[in-house]
Design a protein around this ligand. Structure first.
Ligand SMILES: NC(=O)c1ccc[n+]([C@@H]2O[C@H](COP(=O)([O-])OP(=O)(O)OC[C@H]3O[C@@H](n4cnc5c(N)ncnc54)[C@H](O)[C@@H]3O)[C@@H](O)[C@H]2O)c1
Length: 346
């Protein structure tokens, strides 16, 4: 039997990621309920995706209690994730929660605990990990071909939520609902990716978080330095003033370097330097352009991975604990920027 899904929040991410990738997986997943406080939005998606069997609901509390649902997608604004995910876990539903897991690491803790206590999976849709470019890059890193990793850098940027969702009064610019600006919205993507690439804990951060272009009350640009537990150095930048969209990384090791850039012709480039005795380290020993093996988007892979995990009872790639670890870095970055000094990640 297909996994029975309720989607709570019928806005942009439901329209662009959740529903298309549930529908193209219909042997394994069935959309049973579309829930939004605005019934018209739920109805519009029902029509758009021709989900004649899906019920429309406006009260999410009723949805999470339903016995005919196995899985809940939490596709609502950030400040609602905690309450919705915890309630769904209590009612024994597996949860795919949109990024960021929550506004604060403390809330993420509660969510991870609720999932563990109730024996259900909670996965955070940290889409970047599921992009074939980053999957290929992670394989390279795990192979050890770069030697000991010393530095990891990541950048994510786009033109801002006004080009994704509705206008300037939207919840993305209301700190009480979003948790902050670019640092939360997309900083969470690149922080999670860099953490995953490193496979190590970030223990301290130094951040400068600013609003440099947009007439909004939240930040539109951030730069954060990371200290990892073993001394590896990291750096991320996130920006709502970048045109066109980009996600790039650079990893430097004792034997060579790897760069990634999504959307480009050869998105992963690995260069191994000559490092033998007497060799010129500027001479290239080997250059690798790994095959991606898939053209699926990160969104598609994430949704399908979660459904597969529920069916096969395998732990999802981005657990609540992983989401919590990323959010703790974001929270520490805001504190660092406000205080102008290095802050420990709690
Ligand atoms: N993974 C990604 O790449 C990615 C990309 C964009 C957004 N997101 C995340 O997805 C989430 C939703 O963002 P969005 O862009 O779809 O926002 P959106 O504003 O387009 O959609 C949110 C929807 O939630 C509904 N909603 C609000 N309160 C509700 C409630 N109490 N009960 C039911 N529905 C309610 C709204 O009416 C709206 O339709 C956010 O957490 C965002 O960070 C993730």
């Amino acid at each position: 039997m297909a996994v029975r899904v309720a989607v709570i929040g019928c806005g942009k991410i439901a329209e662009r990621a959740s529903l298309p990738n549930l529908i193209n997986y219909k042997d394994k997943a069935e959309v049973k309920v579309l829930c939004d406080i605005d019934a018209a939005k739920a109805r519009a998606l029902k029509d758009k995706f021709q989900l004649s069997g899906a019920e429309i609901e406006t009260n999410w509390k009723k949805v999470v209690k339903r016995k005919d649902i196995d899985v809940v997608f939490v596709d609502t604004p950030n400040y609602l994730h905690e309450e919705m995910a915890v309630a769904a876990c209590k009612h024994k539903k597996h949860v795919l929660v949109e990024k960021p897991i929550a506004i604060f690491a403390k809330a993420a803790d509660k969510m991870a605990k609720a999932a563990a206590k109730n024996g259900v999976y909670l996965m955070v849709e940290q889409t970047q990990r599921f992009d074939p470019v980053h999957q290929a890059a992670k394989k390279i890193l795990d192979s050890g071909v770069l030697g000991k990793i010393h530095n990891i850098r990541g950048r994510i940027g786009h033109a801002g939520p006004e080009y994704w969702s509705e206008g300037k009064a939207h919840w993305f610019y209301d700190k009480s609902k979003s948790g902050g600006g670019a640092m939360v919205d997309i900083g969470v993507h690149i922080t999670d990716l860099v953490r995953w690439f490193a496979g190590k804990k970030i223990v301290e951060v130094f951040a400068t978080i600013r609003t440099i272009e947009k007439d909004v009350k939240v930040d539109d640009n951030a730069t954060v330095l990371f200290k990892f537990e073993d001394g590896t150095k990291g750096e991320i930048e996130c920006s709502w003033t970048t045109r066109p969209y980009e996600v790039t990384t650079a990893v430097y090791g004792s034997k060579g370097k790897m760069t990634t850039s999504i959307g480009t012709e050869k998105p992963v480039r690995v260069v191994i330097a000559k490092t033998g005795k007497g060799d010129d380290p500027n001479c290239i020993l080997e250059e690798i352009y790994p095959e991606l093996g898939s053209t699926a988007s990160g969104w598609e892979n994430a949704v399908h991975c979660f459904i597969d995990c529920v069916i096969t009872k395998n732990k999802p790639l981005v657990s609540g604990e992983e989401g919590r670890a990323t959010m703790a870095v974001i929270n520490a970055a805001y504190e660092s920027s406000a205080k102008g000094k290095w802050v420990k990640v709690k």
